[in-house]
Design a binder for this molecule. Structure first.
Ligand SMILES: CC(C)(COP(=O)(O)OP(=O)(O)OC[C@H]1O[C@@H](n2cnc3c(N)ncnc32)[C@H](O)[C@@H]1OP(=O)(O)O)[C@@H](O)C(=O)NCCC(=O)NCCS
Length: 161
């Protein structure tokens, strides 16, 4: 793999990480409590926004958060880590893929619990959508995710009202 020159923005250079230890105040009200889904959604939105901001070097607003599938519960006492990177850019929009991992530190067990696709719009100083730098794809994985993002965007635009 040839490494991209410094000035090129790649999925790798946009990577952002948000991590937090799940505490009792993060729990839902179930009989056997797990972490409240909204806590994870907030972490995903923040982490993905950081990634989009890193790419465009400015402010962004969340346009969409696509389906978040909660495959398995996350428990109080686990470390939650969200990793996000830019996978596609349009003229003013930035698509980000976020992965959520939960880690039981004492057992040294880490699992992938969620995946989420988000779209942000870069806003200029006037608060209006502004152009974003192009995204340089480095790896086959970058290209694969980019192709998926293109399909998702086409579908979203077709459904736009
Ligand atoms: C995000 C927002 C500024 C976009 O405004 P807009 O009038 O749709 O702007 P535009 O038509 O110029 O579209 C901006 C980009 O969003 C994309 N877009 C807009 N609606 C879309 C939709 N339904 N699906 C997919 N993409 C969409 C456009 O294609 C464009 O991307 P591109 O330049 O890469 O092609 C506006 O919808 C907004 O302010 N929403 C509220 C955001 C918010 O409050 N978020 C939560 C707090 S952060």
């Amino acid at each position: 793999m040839t490494k991209a020159p410094e000035h090129l923005r790649t999925p790798h250079t946009s990577e952002a990480i948000v991590a937090d230890l799940m505490m009792p105040h993060h729990a839902n009200g179930l009989k056997h409590p797990s972490v409240f889904g909204g806590v994870i959604m907030s972490m995903v939105d923040r982490c993905a926004a950081l990634s989009a901001m890193r790419h465009c070097g400015g402010q962004v607003t969340t346009l969409s958060i696509d389906r978040i599938l909660f495959k398995e519960p996350i428990r109080v006492g686990e470390l939650v880590e969200v990793r996000a990177r830019v996978v596609h850019v349009g003229r003013t929009s930035i698509a980000v893929l976020a992965d959520v991992y939960a880690e039981h530190i004492a057992r040294a067990v880490r699992r992938h619990t969620n995946e989420c696709w988000l779209t942000f719009v870069h806003l200029g100083d006037d608060g209006k959508p502004a152009p974003v730098p192009r995204l340089h794809l480095e790896t086959d994985e970058d290209r694969l995710r980019n192709a998926v993002a293109v399909r998702r965007r086409e579908q979203a635009l077709a459904e736009r009202q």
